[in-house]
Design a binder for this molecule. Structure first.
Ligand code: SAM
Length: 246
């Protein structure tokens, strides 16, 4: 697929010059996504320009919130077909990336694309965030925890904060409901050890609605009871000061 629009917009919006090698990787990623989508239904977005804007550029917009220095440990929770984690890895090859996804057919695609693009330091994990958050191999092991389109902020905070080390950051890519969701998540953040740092609006070319990057700083350790069992964070989000129902 031709990715000229992505190349131009990455430069204009983010000051990013994609090398010929990186451009090739994005092009292969788009082709593989479209090919696999016919069998596996990975994404509803299939128009080439929308893949460039709504998947690739939107993912790269995370660079407005954080700089991805080499060696940084990053986890993308509920990554689906790799968004936002994989595009970020393509422009920041020094990071150590974990792609966490609950659906096995999606992790099969992720393993394929990681192999196809010969990416080092990318780990694909087929698990739920609630399980990973209680697993010592993942709990509080990451400098940055990311997510797009996975859950509302109160439940999402319970997915992301347990994975993040104290002093690290979580970035949630959100739509128009961002500010309202942040307000709803005040109690959850307090319980889980997070503080809202910034909410950054992002305007993307050819995308009508404003997107937001909700940046949360992990200021204290998450109590061991969190995350609760799979399904509980969405079924009983931490909206009020209640005791954990493990
Ligand atoms: N982040 C991708 C994107 O923006 O294109 C995928 C978004 S898709 C709407 C939500 C994904 O999150 C699905 O692939 C789903 O399987 C995954 N997911 C939902 N809840 C999850 C959980 N608790 N743990 C891990 N993955 C989860």
């Amino acid at each position: 697929m031709n990715i000229d629009l992505l190349v131009r917009c990455s430069r204009e919006l983010l000051g990013l010059d994609l090398s010929p090698e990186t451009q090739r990787a994005f092009s292969i990623y788009a082709d593989e996504l479209l090919a696999w989508n016919e069998k596996f239904n990975l994404t509803a977005i299939t128009a080439p320009e929308e893949i460039e804007m709504r998947h690739f550029l939107d993912s790269l917009s995370v660079l407005r919130a954080i700089s991805l220095k080499p060696g940084l440990r990053v986890i993308d929770v509920g990554t689906g077909a790799g968004f936002p984690g994989l595009p970020l890895r393509l422009v920041a090859p020094g990071i150590e990336l974990t792609l966490l996804e609950a659906t096995a057919k999606k992790t099969t695609f992720l393993e394929h694309i990681v192999h196809r693009l010969k990416l080092h330091n990318v780990q694909v994990v087929n698990a739920r965030a609630e399980e990973a958050g209680q697993d010592p191999r993942h709990r509080e092991q990451y400098d940055v925890a990311l997510a797009r389109a996975v859950a509302q902020m109160p439940a999402l905070s319970e997915y992301l904060l347990p994975l993040c080390r104290v002093g690290g950051k979580c970035v949630a890519l959100k739509g128009e409901s961002a500010v309202a969701e942040v307000r709803q998540a005040e109690t959850a953040l307090e319980i889980l050890g997070g503080r809202v740092d910034r909410v950054i609006p992002v305007e993307l070319p050819q995308v009508a609605e404003t997107h937001y990057l909700v940046v949360i700083r992990k200021s204290a350790a998450t109590p061991p009871a969190y995350p609760r069992r799979p399904g509980v964070p969405t079924k009983r989000p931490l909206l009020n000061r209640s005791h954990p129902e493990a």
